[in-house]
Ligand binder design. Structure first.
Ligand code: BDR
Ligand code: CA
Length: 331
C-alpha cells in the first residue's frame, strides 16, 4: 500500500474550495495535516471561519492557520460576493454552532514550521491567491527544498482568463506573490484554466451526493454549489445549471496525475499594466532572443494542458460518494 500524501491546503473558501476540501478529506490517499487561509473569494477572516466550519461539520478536527488579509503589493479589492456569496458559501440561511478557533501562528509561519518538521514529506496544495506562499518563501528561502511538491490551482496558458482577457483570478489577486511562486524552484504543478474550464459539474451532481449522504456537510456544499451555478448560468448559459470545479482539480491531479497531459516550461507573471496577473509560459523551451527574466536557469513549471474529463468527474463522484463523513464537531 502506498503512503498517503501529507497535505497542507492553502485556500480561500469559496465554493470550489469547499468541494476541494471535501474531496481531500474523502480521498483515502490524502491526509490533510492543516489548512491555511487567505483573502480572495472572501476576506481572510471569513475564509478562516469557513475552513473551521467546513471541517468541523464534516467531523474533522484539522488545524487552521489564518493568512494574509491583503496582497504583497497590489491594492486590495472587494471579494466577489456575486460568485461565492458574501459568506463564501452561497449565503447559507443559517449555520450550526462551531466554536473552534484558528492557531495563534500565521499561515506562512505554519507552512514553514511544518516544512522544517517534516522535510521532504509535505505537499502544499494551493488554490487561492499565492500571498501566503510568497510570505513563507521570504521567511524560509529553503522552503522549495523542504517541501515535497506544490500543486496549485491558478493561472492559464492558452485558455482565456476569467478576470481579464488574459488573467486567472488567483494569479491576478496577487501577481507579485504568483511571480515569486513560479520562480522559486520547487517541484511545481500548475492546474490552471486550461483544464479547469473543461470540467463542468452540474448542480444535480451535488443534489445526488446530498441525497445519498443526508449529512450537514454535504447539504451545506449543495446549497453553496447552487448559488455558484446561478453565477455561471448567468455568464455561461450554455453550461446549464452547472459550474466549474476549479480547485478540486488540484487534488484530482495529486492522486491521479495520469488523467492529465502536462507540458513543462518557464512561467512568469505580469505584475503591472493591462496584462496584470497574466501567467506567461515559454512554450518553446529556449528563446531565440533571450530576454532578461527568461534565463535558462529559471525553474520549470509543469502545466496541466488537457484532462480526461469523464474519468475526472467519475473520480470526484466516487470519492465524495464514499463513506468519509463523521459526526459533526459542534460546540
Ligand atoms: C479560482 O479563483 C477562485 O475564485 C476559485 O476559488 C479558484 O481558486 C478560479 O480562477
Ligand atoms: Ca479558491
Amino acid at each position: 500500500m502506498s503512503a498517503k500524501f501529507k497535505v497542507i491546503f492553502d485556500t480561500d473558501p469559496g465554493v470550489d474550495d469547499a468541494m476541494a476540501l471535501y474531496f481531500a478529506l474523502a480521498h483515502p490517499d490524502i491526509e490533510v495535516l492543516g489548512i491555511t487561509t487567505i483573502f480572495g473569494n472572501v476576506t481572510v477572516q471569513q475564509a478562516t471561519t469557513n475552513a473551521l466550519y467546513l471541517t468541523r461539520i464534516a467531523g474533522y478536527e484539522i488545524p487552521v492557520a489564518e493568512g494574509a488579509p491583503v496582497p504583497l503589493a497590489k491594492a486590495p479589492g472587494a471579494p466577489p460576493g456575486f460568485i461565492h456569496g458574501d459568506d463564501g458559501l452561497g449565503n447559507l440561511p443559517s449555520r450550526s454552532p462551531v466554536t473552534a478557533q484558528a492557531l495563534s501562528c500565521s499561515a506562512a509561519e505554519y507552512i514553514v514550521q511544518m516544512a522544517r518538521a517534516h522535510p521532504g514529506e509535505i505537499t502544499l496544495v494551493a488554490v487561492a491567491p499565492m500571498t501566503n506562499l510568497g510570505l513563507a518563501l521570504k521567511l524560509e528561502p529553503k522552503l522549495p527544498k523542504l517541501l515535497k511538491q506544490v500543486v496549485l490551482m491558478g493561472g492559464t496558458v492558452t485558455e482565456p482568463g476569467n478576470v481579464s482577457p488574459v488573467s486567472e483570478a488567483n494569479a491576478w489577486n496577487d501577481p507579485d506573490a504568483a511571480d515569486l511562486v513560479f520562480t522559486a524552484g520547487w517541484d511545481l504543478t500548475m492546474v490552471g484554466l486550461d483544464v479547469t474550464h473543461r470540467v463542468v459539474l452540474p448542480g444535480s451532481f451535488f443534489d445526488a451526493l446530498a441525497d445519498k449522504h443526508q449529512h450537514l456537510a454535504m447539504s451545506t456544499l449543495q446549497h453553496a454549489v447552487h448559488f455558484y451555478c446561478n453565477f455561471y448560468g448567468a455568464i455561461r448559459p450554455e453550461l446549464g445549471h452547472a459550474c466549474f470545479g476549479h480547485d478540486v482539480l488540484a487534488f484530482v491531479y495529486l492522486v491521479a496525475p495520469e488523467l492529465f497531459h502536462t507540458q513543462e516550461g518557464r512561467i512568469r507573471v505580469a505584475t503591472t499594466g493591462a496584462g496584470n496577473g497574466q501567467t506567461m509560459m515559454d512554450r518553446h523551451g529556449s528563446l531565440f532572443y533571450p530576454q532578461p527574466g527568461w534565463e535558462p536557469e529559471k525553474p520549470l513549471t509543469r502545466a496541466c494542458m488537457q484532462v480526461d474529463v469523464k474519468l475526472c468527474i467519475e473520480l470526484i463522484e466516487r470519492t465524495l460518494g464514499g463513506n468519509w463523513l463523521k459526526t459533526p464537531l459542534l460546540n
